[in-house]
Ligand binder design. Structure first.
Ligand code: COA
Length: 251
């Protein structure tokens, strides 16, 4: 795989996002690699906990690949390409811990909140800049964030598109803990090892049951996210905003 790596040590697996030259901008190819990696990890009986991390300590991911997003239309939105990725982590049979260092923007925040637990570095930056690009965070951002942070703060993040630092993320419940950036992976591993000491089936069913309790309307909301994004993907303002984002970067 070109941009996704996995490793398993003991009962703990790590899935590494590894496209540092593009700040881990999530491309379609990368989403396919993530699905393939998760297929393999799900099939392993020795894995009890998964950590999602990025090899680049400055960036978890800077969001979906805007060059690709710009080309996506209504039919693509209805496929829920990125939404299916976040759902894979949510539905991974064992707990998933996001180890967030640096930027977690757009789908970066959405990936983190689809995981079961989140450890953030002191320099972590979260944000959902989608509305600034004329679209919405339709990879679970619209449906999951309010459950973690409360509706008021979720709306502030989604409607303003402003970034927040790790301390604010902790205050609003977006992350479980904040540690020095150099200790994020060690802390994620410590948590993973603590979980792995418990009954594997008990932990697995506990995750599934808590998910079931908070996600009763999840399937409906997944559809709503896709429909909203489908309208926006064909909108002229999205085209103009993404063109100006890409043009700014070329200069
Ligand atoms: N999609 C596509 N490419 C992206 C990207 C994205 N979401 N985020 C970063 N990149 C690319 C840049 O275009 C650049 O490519 P280049 O070297 O070929 O020009 C490369 O990654 C490095 O990014 P750069 O902006 O130079 O790094 P930086 O350290 O100055 O800034 C960020 C980092 C995260 C602040 C900045 O990249 C950014 O704001 N990214 C977009 C965030 C966003 O709006 N995401 C939401 C998408 S829905």
């Amino acid at each position: 795989m070109a941009h996704v790596k996995t490793e398993v040590e003991g009962r703990i697996a790590v899935l590494w996002l590894d496209r540092p030259e593009k700040k881990n901008a999530l491309s379609l190819a990368m989403t396919r690699e993530i699905h393939a990696a998760l297929d393999e990890l799900e099939a392993r009986e020795d894995v009890a906990v998964l950590i999602l991390a990025a090899t680049d300590p400055s960036c978890f991911t800077a969001g979906a690949d805007v060059g690709e997003l710009r080309e996506r239309r209504k039919a693509d939105a209805l496929l829920g390409i990125n939404q299916r990725v976040t759902r894979r982590f949510e539905e991974f049979p064992h707990p998933v811990i996001a180890a967030v260092r640096g930027y977690a923007l757009g789908i970066g925040t959405e990936l983190a909140i689809a995981c079961d637990l989140r450890v953030a570095g002191e320099g972590a930056v979260f944000g959902l800049p989608e509305v600034g690009l004329g679209i919405v965070p339709a990879a679970g951002g619209l449906r999951r964030l309010a459950a973690l942070t409360g509706v008021g703060f979720a709306k502030e993040m989604i409607l303003t598109g402003e970034r927040i630092d790790a301390r604010s993320a902790l205050r609003y419940g977006l992350v479980n803990r904040v540690v020095p950036t150099g200790e994020v992976l060690a802390e994620a591993r410590r948590l993973a090892e603590r979980i792995a000491r418990n009954g594997t089936l008990a932990v697995r069913l506990a995750k599934a049951a808590v998910n079931a309790a908070v996600q009763a309307p999840g399937a409906t909301m997944d559809l709503v996210e896709c429909l909203v994004q489908a309208v926006l993907f064909d909108d002229e303002e999205k085209e103009a905003r993404m063109r100006s984002f890409l043009d700014r970067r070329r200069k």
